[in-house]
Design a protein around this ligand. Sequence first.
Ligand code: ZN
Length: 417
Amino acid sequence: MKNWLVEQLQRMNLSDVLVRPQGFTREGYTSEETEAIEVFKTIAEELGLEASEDAAGNAIARWNVSGGQAAVAMGSHLDTVPNGGAFDGGAGVVCGLGALKMLKEADFEPQRPIEVICFRSEESSRFGVSTIGSKAMSGLLDPSIGTLEDQHGVTLAQAAESQGFVWQELLNAKRPKEQLKCFVELHIEQGMHIVNHEKDYGVVKGVACPIRLAVTFNGKAGHTGTTPMDQRKDALAAAAPFISFVQETALQVNDAYGNGKSLVATVSTLTVSPNSMNVIPQTVTAGVDIRSVDDRLKMKMADAIRSEAKRIEETTGVAIDIEVLVDNPSVLLDDGIARQLVDAGDHEAYLAHRMDSGAGHDVMNMAQTWPSGLLFIPCKDGLSHHPDEFAAAEDLKMGVELLSRFLMEATANAGNS
Ligand SMILES: [Zn+2]
């Protein structure tokens, strides 16, 4: 199985190695992504599965059974960020296929269909919007995003059309709720929690979605040599304590309200204008990214930021505007599915770590319609979106064993429960 997984992952990465200095560049709705998805369909057919593609270009490998029951679905993606790795997305796709191979070889007879879905364009690196294929499948696609452009001025709609899809028809990829019973995504962890807790794999409780703020400090420019210190409105000097405030307050919010859940908050960008050696900074915009699976904690943090901004305004005379760029509620995954994923590990003698995900995945969209779960396997040094991204064949094989055990339980009966 290990060799098979590595070989199929190499085929889908269009490469005979899985780590290389330049990494893998296979962005959403490019011919490289289409080529990888074609390989996915070929492997599906080699396994005796039905391969098809929907109006958004999501590929579906289906183990059909007669009777038309709702399918148990798994899946992930094959697009990458520029110079990314072979495992982010690919691990979930190959392990899904591997689980079906394992069940077929064991002559298992599922009582309902099983699908492996390869979603289109999961990464946000090209158009600034993530998980486009799974948004379309779960009916969450806003067609107005078709006008978003990549760095070469190609719109998302044009990119989809270049790969043979009609932008307005992407909405047709939406599937009726009755078609699926549940959905599980396997993904590399992109962090070190599993290893640090001395466990084998992760079962995710919730996906933390961000509040993102653009905080703009409006000071007054002036000559650094001639403007007296007591007559200044220095936007950067006003922003400096704000940065420390965000860091310290995140720690305090966790102490005071955390209750087992935690929050992270980061001033991750800073734009200084005019950014000139002899001019007092006139405007500074700080980008703040706040995440927790507990939306209450995110609100507390955002509220604290607003009051601190008022205090800084009053003491410095620098006016502060706060723009909310993103405020997405976090996604809680299905408890029942999570329990089944933990049970699968008990059965196969692997230890599960219950955890949250700080990064978004296709499962966030699927979870809006279907009971959904997310399984993490470790990756080396927690590294992803990097040419050195790596997951061991041993861990891919564990993923296959966990998924196939889960599938055996989830497809054992054809009833609705
Ligand atoms: Zn991914």
